[in-house]
Write a protein that binds this ligand. Structure first.
Ligand code: DQA
Length: 146
């Protein structure tokens, strides 16, 4: 049974490609999903990519990942900077967690410099565009290789 890595995306990322392309680029979330699936085949892992605009849905998906996912790659989007509830949920997950931001949040407004999720994340990738998801997948795959 191949390991499964859950790739979770927070609010507004459904509009990737249309939303502020000068900040987030022109690739869509479907493009990201296809690139993650292709890399997953190369690494011998399954990739399940999901997106929600709702905090509670993301929390339910993190609970679902418990005991089911080898690791989590998460771009919590704006919830990064606001959500203790997401942090608490991630603290119930036993595998590696890599936090991804498409933009370099540290080059942006001060309110984007703090991340609740970083208190749990084993690694953080920011400012590498959508390639950050692929870097994160490689990291989870290498951390969970038997
Ligand atoms: C983001 C950065 C967040 O500050 C922002 O709210 C997002 C996307 C990123 O991928 O760069 O929605 O997580």
């Amino acid at each position: 049974m191949p390991r499964t890595i859950h790739v979770l995306n927070g609010p507004n990322l459904n509009l990737l490609g249309q939303r502020q392309p000068e900040v987030y680029g022109r690739e869509t979330l479907a493009d990201v999903e296809a690139a993650c699936a292709a890399l997953g085949r190369e690494l011998g892992v399954e990739v399940l990519l999901r997106q929600s605009n709702h905090e509670g849905q993301l929390i339910d998906w993190i609970h679902e990942a418990r005991g089911a996912a080898a690791g989590i790659v998460i771009n919590p989007a704006a919830f990064t900077h606001t959500s203790v509830a997401l942090l608490d949920a991630l603290n119930t997950f036993e595998g590696p967690v890599i936090e991804v931001h498409i933009s370099n949040v540290h080059k942006r407004e001060a309110f984007r410099h703090h991340s609740y999720v970083s208190l749990r994340a084993d690694g953080v990738i920011a400012g590498c565009g959508t390639e950050g998801y692929l870097l994160a997948l490689r990291r989870v795959a290498s951390l969970t290789r038997g």
